[in-house]
Design a protein. Sequence first.
Length: 201
Amino acid sequence: MPRLLAALALAAVLSDPAQAVDLTIGRATEHTSLDPHYSLLGNDYSTADNMFDSLITFDEKLRIAPCLAVSWTVVEPLVWKIQLHADARFHDGTALTANDIAFSLNRARSVPNSPAPWTSFVRAVKSFEVVDDHTLLIHTHAPTPLLLDMIGRIHIVPAHLGPRVTTDDFAAGRAVIGSGAYRYRSSAHGDKVVMTANRDH
């Protein structure tokens, strides 16, 4: 039986737009959803990671490094302070703020019908406290030294999508609004996802 080949067509815009080239990547397994909170499986995560940012990333030695978060501090045994990039923006032009972080982490707790939910990654979180646009306090149930390694991997979506946004909204493309290196352009289930370079990233 032939294996399903999912192609990610990335329009990689170089520093000179006149030199733009298309990069096509073939994959043996297709993502199950364009909803970044639907599943933490590798094929879903790798697709989402092109279009969505998270609080942290990992360097070449797999050490935690800043992404949307520029710093994080344990201010009390059960309280973490997260400081965000002041200039981060979503692909629709809206500013990325602490409200978006809180919304995304809350949403990741329970996405219906997920084959591999993010629930365990946010279980330690008791509540969020938005101090200002770029400062978030995270209250935990117990001391959680690996908190950033857990919640820091979850991709961030705009809070303005609202609590009723569904996995179907992402499948239709209307909710695929990230802040990552590539912008969603179009998709065809079982065939391809087309993205264009985010030159502001």
